[in-house]
Design a protein around this ligand. Structure first.
Ligand code: AMP
Length: 145
């Protein structure tokens, strides 16, 4: 399956914050939306300036204590963001996420942010595909055709 098909089902909404948002506000947004990472953008989600995940927040608080909550996102985010395009295949994303050890991939089309895919989305699609394959094979074995 292609990413654009996944986005057609789950939608292209992406929660973003700006580089000067505080970590306290990021924590509140992660909680409010029930998500694990937020894309950082200073131009109203047009382009990606970075990504901040719950892992970055935990690391900052472990290193600097509660004072980290007052820091701006730009000091804590990952600026070198790996993205994918809508015509990428789910299998390619699985390899990318495994190789880089992260769980979120912003989807960019012609330089513009058009969605985000999490490892949960990828696993859901793969489990569905494998179940369908299994059902087809089962029918083939039972019916002999
Ligand atoms: P995650 O597993 O997605 O919660 O993120 C683990 C680490 O990778 C954190 O430091 C994130 O900022 C970073 N990260 C997450 N997604 C990406 C991405 N697409 N490109 C680059 N770094 C990322």
């Amino acid at each position: 399956m292609l990413i654009e098909h996944l986005l057609a089902t789950k939608g292209g909404d992406v929660v973003t914050v700006t580089t000067d948002t505080t970590i306290a506000a990021v924590v509140a947004a992660l909680r409010k939306h029930g998500i694990g990472a937020i894309v950082v953008s200073d131009d109203d989600a047009a382009t990606v300036a970075g990504i901040i995940s719950e892992r970055d927040v935990v690391r900052a608080i472990a290193d600097r204590g509660a004072a980290a909550l007052d820091e701006p996102v730009r000091d804590v985010m990952t600026a070198d963001v790996v993205t994918c395009e809508p015509n990428a295949r789910i299998e390619d994303l699985m390899a990318l996420m495994t190789d880089h050890r992260f769980r979120h991939l912003p989807v960019v089309d012609g330089g513009r942010l058009v969605g985000i895919v999490s490892i949960g989305d990828v696993v859901k699609v793969r489990v569905g595909e494998l179940a369908e394959e299994s059902r087809t094979l089962h029918e083939y074995v039972i019916s002999g055709r």
